[in-house]
Ligand binder design. Structure first.
Ligand code: CP
Ligand code: NVA
Length: 307
């Protein structure tokens, strides 16, 4: 897809509805085994936080496309000794063709994108997780054959997942209701942006304290951990606050009878989701995790171009 060649993916707002749908079609084709080679290109992975799915799926995606991957070890780089990001970005730009970064401050991926000419991919920041959401949309489309017109309910923390899902749902014409405790609502600027996109697409972004209201008639029920990476010290104090927002069998009785359950993983069984729901018939979390690889393969092909 020439439109995306050379472009960064820092936020879901970097993709229009058409670009998102084209990426999802390409991901579906690639899942069927239609390989588009991108030989002689190198992907760098620069991860300041732990990762299983994102790191491994990027590695396998690039390898299957015929490209190479360097898993950069932040602690072995000069960044830790104070080399500025702007300098690191310009140096890595001379070696690599594309760089996926997982870090804390969203401003850091923006700095890399400012100073490197190669595409920079946000592999999770405290603000957004767009790569996850591409796989989520792919999974929803596989299950329902459509995106527009569906309702996604998100329960829990108004975090990076909530932000990227909100922006994506608004873009592709899905309604989204997010239920979270009063002090854990999503970033108001992101809500405002999502609502402005949603209003031009005739969809709704609702923020509520009521998990029942959010889940009502939803086709997709989504949750994420109550304490994200970097918030581990708050885990114990967060549990009682978030308990009413647990995705469990009782709550799911309010959703659409054909609803599916998604979780970006890793999951904390007994906290944000019960074991029986995660392992139950509505759960699509393993397909969702697999789709990380297909969606990212589509993204890599699109930002790098094929040989
Ligand atoms: N969902 C997700 O991004 O998983 P990892 O943290 O394992 O990459
Ligand atoms: N909100 C979680 C997502 C993990 C994939 C975190 O940032 O830790």
């Amino acid at each position: 897809m020439d439109d995306l060649k050379g472009r960064d993916l820092l936020s879901m707002t970097d993709l229009s509805a058409d670009e998102t749908l084209t990426l999802l079609q390409l991901a579906a084709d690639l899942k069927q085994g239609n390989i588009k080679p991108i030989c002689r290109k190198t992907l760098g992975l620069l991860f300041y936080k732990a990762s299983t799915r994102t790191r491994v799926s990027f590695f396998v995606a690039m390898s299957q496309l015929g490209g190479q991957v360097i898993d950069l070890n932040v602690s072995a780089m000069q960044i830790g000794r104070g080399e500025p990001l702007a300098d690191t970005a310009r140096v890595l730009d001379r070696y690599l063709d594309v760089l996926a970064i997982r870090t804390f401050a969203h401003a850091d991926v923006e700095t890399y994108a400012k100073y490197a000419r190669m595409p920079i991919i946000n592999a999770l920041t405290d603000l957004e997780h767009p790569c996850q959401v591409l796989a989520d949309l792919q999974t929803v489309q596989e299950c329902f054959g459509q995106l527009a017109g569906l309702k996604l309910a998100y329960l829990g923390d108004g975090n990076n997942m909530a932000h990227s899902l909100m922006l994506a749902c608004a873009t592709v014409g899905m309604d989204m209701a997010i239920a979270c405790p009063p002090n854990f609502t999503p970033d108001p600027q992101i809500v405002e942006r999502a609502r402005s996109i949603a209003s031009s697409n005739g969809t709704q972004i609702i923020v509520t304290q009521s998990p029942q209201e959010a889940v009502s008639q939803a086709q997709v029920v989504y949750t994420d951990v109550w304490a994200s990476m970097g918030q581990e010290a708050q885990s114990d104090t967060r549990v009682p606050v978030f308990e009413p927002y647990q995705v469990n069998r009782e709550l799911l009785t309010l959703a659409d009878p054909n609803s599916i359950v998604l979780h970006c993983l890793p999951a904390h069984r007994g906290e944000e989701i019960t074991d029986d729901v995660l392992e139950g018939s509505r759960s699509r979390v393993w397909d969702q995790a697999e789709n990380r690889m297909h969606a990212q393969k589509a993204l890599l092909v699109s930002v790098l171009g094929t040989d």
